[in-house]
Ligand binder design. Structure first.
Ligand SMILES: Nc1ncnc2c1ncn2[C@@H]1O[C@H](COP(=O)(O)OP(=O)(O)OP(=O)(O)O)[C@@H](O)[C@H]1O
Ligand SMILES: [Mg+2]
Length: 360
């Protein structure tokens, strides 16, 4: 395995830095197709930030979130089960703040531990965070809260959905108090679509797209790893600018064969998903109702990709929902378009369409 250094993203990094330079006013949603490099970008920007920023970065991806307690535990930096670890905690908020620079999770002191967990009230946790952030500001620094994969807590309930309480808290931190910058990242485009049409967030957030690399960024990346012209052509044709796919090629003995293999695998997977619809009445949750996913409807959506790479949509119907959940297509509510999750997916879909037409 070769060591792959962070590549480019100057435009997006600059945008984030410009946001951090101003007074916090809006929540920033970072979105994009799967594996486009959202998390990598955030981590890169955090690493390069000057000392005056104190970043609280929480990635919910690996967290198991079934309840309110799970969420609170993943928010705070603590090992609840070990007494010893707790005893080692700093005693006052001021001491805590002076010891944090760039941390994962929100540190907590003993005094607030009981309070935060009292009566399952999100407000207790939020008021603790507020105090902590105020303390950070009093120390002459700027707090930044980053939540990666926030959609994971979409189903958690405490007297209604916790996510709404959380959004209210974020609005308070940004638009009302101008206290902390809030960034939320997600690869779930259905979640972003919901957020986009959520009345309570209207005019209170902005969206930042982190898409796959464009052509020149991709070629520059490949040049770093000595791709021949023929290899570059195949890489762009099969992987487009999907970083994770390009990294696979960098690490392969035979790059051209690897690209073909990745397409074969993806095509097989999508074929399986589609063929199953012919014999199974698959149901998905749509607007709170269980709806049947119909093979013909799904194929109609896929057919739109036979010539074009994207199309403008009006509404998100069960067929599109299914294709998003299977990571085949990506909904961009800001641009109002639907496109494939990646070049590899687009090619696989086109091969499948040709086979279906040939069989008819
Ligand atoms: N700018 C970059 N330079 C080099 N490699 C990158 C870059 N961005 C992403 N990658 C590679 O792509 C992989 C996937 O990136 P990352 O996990 O950041 O994507 P993501 O958009 O957060 O994915 P998900 O949709 O699953 O949340 C990384 O592990 C890394 O190998
Ligand atoms: Mg990510």
């Amino acid at each position: 395995m070769r060591d792959i250094e962070f590549h480019n993203r100057e435009k997006e990094a600059k945008e984030i830095r410009a946001i951090l330079d101003r007074r916090p006013t809006l929540i920033t949603f970072i979105y994009g197709p799967i594996n486009s490099g959202k998390t990598e970008l955030i981590n890169h920007v955090i690493e390069e930030l000057p000392e005056e920023y104190v970043v609280f970065y929480i990635n919910l991806r690996t967290k198991f979130l079934a309840s309110y307690d799970d969420f609170i535990e993943s928010l705070f930096e603590m090992e609840m089960e070990t007494e010893g670890a707790l005893k080692k905690r700093k005693e006052t908020l001021a001491e805590l703040v002076s010891s944090v620079t760039k941390v994962a999770g929100i540190p907590i002191n003993k005094e607030f531990l009981d309070y935060v967990f009292k009566d399952n009230k999100p407000k207790n946790a939020f008021s603790y965070i507020l105090k902590l952030f105020e303390e950070v500001r009093a120390a002459g620094k700027q707090p930044v809260l980053v939540l990666d994969e926030l959609q994971k807590m979409g189903d958690v309930k405490v007297n209604g959905f916790l996510i709404y309480e959380l959004f209210n808290f974020f609005i308070d931190l940004t638009k009302e108090k101008h206290l902390a910058h809030v960034f939320v990242a997600t690869s779930d485009s259905l979640f972003i679509e919901q957020i986009y049409s959520e009345a309570m967030l209207e005019g209170r957030c902005r969206y930042l797209l982190v898409d796959d690399f464009d052509n020149s960024t991709t070629i520059n990346f490949l040049d770093k790893y000595n791709f021949s012209d023929a290899e570059k052509e195949v890489a762009w044709d099969y992987c487009g600018g999907k970083p994770v796919c390009l990294v696979e090629l960098v690490n392969s003995e035979n790059r051209v064969e690897k690209a073909r293999e990745m397409l074969r695998i993806r095509r097989g997977q999508i074929d399986q998903r589609i063929e199953v619809l012919k014999i199974l009445r698959k149901r998905i949750l749509f607007e709170g109702e269980e709806m049947e996913v119909k093979y013909e409807e799904v194929m109609k959506i896929l057919e739109r990709f036979s010539e074009d790479e994207s199309y403008e949509y009006v509404g998100i119907m069960p067929d599109v929902t299914y294709l998003v959940k299977e990571n085949i297509v990506f909904v961009d509510p800001v641009k109002g378009i639907i496109k494939s999750q990646s070049r590899l997916n687009l090619l696989a879909v086109r091969e499948i369409l040709q086979r279906v037409i040939a069989n008819e």
